[in-house]
Design a protein around this ligand. Structure first.
Ligand SMILES: *Cc1c(COP(=O)(O)O)cnc(C)c1O
Length: 394
């Protein structure tokens, strides 16, 4: 089909919630995407941080073909070998005690929030309060929307589930004041993604851990975007030296097949019992086969070291560009989760569209930040050509 026909079809039949770029990709190879018109792009987005292995990992494709040929789904009424093996692999690699698999990020966050409520209920002291960060993003279901600290997502859907309080990620004092005996959990994105690629400081994370310990609240890390090797370590929270009670994963976990997860440890891992939570599709054979391959690759090869190295190079190149052009005001991020905030007289949206026309797939974040989430196998030569294009545009 040609692009105009696809656009017409979507306009007529698809729920109009997306403001899409006028491109339809039909094929991927290595770190490149190809569209209906035969144009080739270098991918600096990987489907919003999902396709972490790029598009030509033959082992990944073989593993998926194996699942398709044998069995893709049996439901959670029965035991599931690959689901158990994936849970073991994730727990051993992260030091958590158990895992639950969902179909998406928002659903995994919902599960983690339910776990926190059940944890306190089981202690005989029900609590409802959930504290999250201003500028955060946690998903599109009603509860995860309420958790999201950006009111532009809330307007049409009020009243949202109550008991969510948002605090300034730059102010550990505000957080300490907000946590009390009614707080079920504090949920933090260690690097705020959607909201502008802003790393939360180690001091803030330490304050959160301390406040949670003091008041008996659970600390949840939403690592849906920053986890799974994206920042050069399997979990982004590892680098901060604190250990959340619950970690939420999705995006890169399945390398392109939809799967989310929460990992829990200690008493939090024992809070749910039979009937408390569930899913028809969650953690099925197809999704777990994909995630097993991805996680195994991350823990058994030097891919994460490569993410750290390439990320450092990418950030240094953007910082060099910032010295040359006053249109970049700040470069933020870690590993291959990177944002370049632009000056008010430059538009990240326009630069993103121009980059696309030049063959580079990127995204925006926050108010005026260009966001880069390339596949982990991106190479310096690709970064050099993106920087060249950016330099021309700025
Ligand atoms: C993408 C994202 C979500 C939502 O994940 P979905 O799979 O879109 O539901 C939640 N939290 C963070 C930090 C995310 O980046």
């Amino acid at each position: 089909m040609v692009l105009d026909d696809i656009i017409r079809l979507e306009k007529q039949y698809y729920c109009p919630v997306f403001s899409r770029q006028k491109v339809c990709f039909t094929r991927g190879e290595d770190v490149h995407l190809f569209d209906t018109e035969g144009n080739r792009y270098t991918d600096f987005l990987s489907g919003i941080g999902v396709c972490c292995l790029g598009y030509s990992d033959e082992g990944y494709k073989d593993a998926l073909r194996g699942a398709i040929d044998s069995l893709m789904h049996t439901s959670n009424l029965f035991y599931n070998e690959v689901q158990s093996r994936l849970a073991e692999l994730l727990c051993k690699a992260t030091g958590y005690d158990n895992a639950f698999f969902s179909n998406s990020g928002a659903e995994a966050v919902e599960g983690a929030l339910k776990l926190a409520l059940k944890y306190h209920y089981a202690l005989g002291k029900p609590r409802r309060g959930i504290i999250t960060l201003k500028g955060s993003f946690h998903g599109r279901t009603l509860a995860t929307l309420a958790a999201t600290g950006q009111s532009r997502f809330h307007e049409a859907f009020r009243p949202l589930p109550k008991s969510f309080v948002h605090v300034d990620p730059k102010d550990p004092g505000e957080l300490k004041d907000a946590v009390n005996g009614g707080t079920a959990a504090v949920m933090i994105e260690p690097i705020i993604g959607e909201g502008g690629v802003s790393p939360v400081s180690g001091d803030f994370l330490a304050a959160a851990r301390e406040a949670c310990d003091k008041h008996g609240a659970l600390l949840i890390a939403d690592e849906i975007q920053c986890g799974m090797g994206r920042t050069g370590t399997l979990l982004a929270s590892e680098a901060s030296g604190i250990k959340p009670d619950v970690v939420v994963l999705a995006k890169a976990l399945g390398g392109g097949v939809p799967i989310g997860a929460f990992l829990a440890r200690g008493e939090a891992a024992r809070a749910f019992s039979a009937g408390d939570h569930g899913s028809t599709f969650g953690g099925n054979q197809l999704a777990c086969t994909a995630a097993y391959y991805v996680v195994n690759k991350l823990v058994s090869t030097d891919l994460m070291r490569r993410v750290a190295d390439t990320g450092e190079y990418f950030i240094s190149k953007l910082k060099e560009l910032k010295e040359k052009s006053r249109k970049i005001v700040q470069v933020r991020g870690r590993g291959l989760m990177i944002g370049a905030e632009l000056a008010p007289d430059a538009s990240a949206k326009e630069i993103q569209t121009s980059l696309l026309a030049l063959g580079f797939v990127t995204a925006t974040a926050g108010t005026n930040t260009l966001r880069f989430l390339p596949p982990y196998i991106i190479r310096r030569e690709h970064i050099d050509s993106l920087i060249g294009a950016l330099e021309t545009l700025l």
